[in-house]
Design a protein around this ligand. Structure first.
Ligand code: EPU
Length: 337
């Protein structure tokens, strides 16, 4: 295992931001990870997965540990279900396709989400009416200081909308090394009620969709709206959709009657941040090499050489404008480093 010094992270973050790690090492097994942790007990550490949910606004003054743990397998099954385990460093989309190719159901709506398997529980990734909490059984994690191995069950993860224990109570304490999902082998519960999926399937004249059909529909929708990080640097949705009090929403609605919203509970509604950003006039705008995607206002993009600070400045401008226009505060979904 080679520890590199002053190492460029440009290829290790999907925003394609140039930033340097003071030290950088790739680990390929849990043993290698434990060795690195043991040999560098007092060094500040930063764990890097797929780099798909972070904005680097500065160099990282730490030992960056790139989790390149590979491997996926079936660990248990019965007539109806299968339990599959993936190591943290597997690419998420490739893992999803591997499950679909074996006719295992549950992850098809989450096709084409960038990033690695090990980071999916941190923000409980979700799309088109499905979140990983729906199929997640447990993950194994190592404490970065004591190296204690911990099992986090679904309940213990305290999943919420783009939330988990790993963003709150135990933030930066544990390194997730593998994840187990429980998937269906038959009688798959397809979730095609999300408007865009239905429309896409109808367009293709599919009335009795397979897992692969749903996955392909999701892939088409995502490709039409969301930029491919290989072509245009981005981190997916930059902001979370704000959840606001119903009473506040009713006041704002008097001024903006066409504002879309989804009821979350008796007292709360969720508003699409993409709509707010588009209404505020930011969609498709470009400030130097930083910009707002033209097909989906929730996605900030790097046209080439934007710095993290430049993208952050655009994000702050958007937040301030939304606050001033709608009296709604929007939080970032992406981690600002
Ligand atoms: N909208 C606009 N203008 C835009 C974008 C959206 O007006 O530029 C409005 C439309 O009214 C649309 C509504 O927002 O009906 C919802 O848009 P969309 O279905 O594209 O979903 P989203 O709320 O923008 C969320 C997730 C995505 C996920 C999609 C599909 C968050 C923060 N984002 O986006 O997740 O793929 O739903 O389920 O919850 C991600 O987290 O990185 C991500 C891409």
């Amino acid at each position: 295992m080679q520890i590199h010094k002053n190492f460029s992270l440009k290829k290790y973050n999907t925003f394609g931001i140039e930033a340097k790690a003071r030290q950088f090492v790739s680990v390929h097994s849990v043993d290698e990870l434990i060795t690195v942790l043991n040999e560098n007990p007092t060094t500040k550490k930063f764990i890097l997965g797929g780099g798909s949910n972070m904005l680097l606004t500065q160099d990282i003054d730490a030992l960056v540990i790139h989790l390149d743990l590979k491997g996926k397998k079936i660990i248990d099954e019965n007539d109806d279900f299968v339990w599959v385990e993936s190591q943290a460093g597997e690419n998420w989309h490739e893992f999803v396709i591997w499950t679909i190719d074996q006719n295992f159901g549950g992850l098809e709506n989450l096709s084409l989400i960038p990033g690695n398997v090990g980071t999916t529980p941190i923000q409980n990734i979700g799309a088109y009416g499905v979140e990983i909490k729906d199929t997640f059984v447990l993950c194994e994690a190592i404490h970065s200081e004591t190296q204690e191995l911990m099992i986090f069950t679904n309940e213990k993860c305290k999943f919420g909308y783009r939330e988990s224990i790993f963003k709150n109570e135990v933030k930066d304490e544990f390194i997730i090394t593998s994840v187990v999902f429980k998937l269906t082998k038959k009688e798959h519960k397809l979730n095609t009620s999300y408007g865009a999926i239905e429309t896409e399937l109808e367009k293709q004249h599919i009335t009795n969709p397979t897992l692969k059909d749903v996955s392909n529909a999701v892939i088409s929708i995502r490709q039409s709206k969301l930029p491919d990080p290989k072509e245009l640097g981005n981190s997916g949705s930059f902001f979370k959709n704000p959840v606001i009090l119903k009473t506040d929403f009713e006041k704002i609605q008097q001024k903006f009657p066409e504002m879309p919203h989804y009821v979350v509970s008796e007292t709360e509604v969720k508003v699409p941040a993409g709509w707010l950003i588009e209404q505020a006039g930011f969609k498709g705008k470009r400030f130097g090499d930083a910009g707002i995607h033209r097909n989906q206002a929730l996605v900030l993009v790097n046209y080439g050489n934007a710095t993290g600070q430049e993208i952050l400045a655009v994000a702050k401008d958007i937040q301030a404008t939304i606050q001033a226009t709608f009296s709604i505060s929007i939080e970032t979904e992406v981690n600002i480093i």
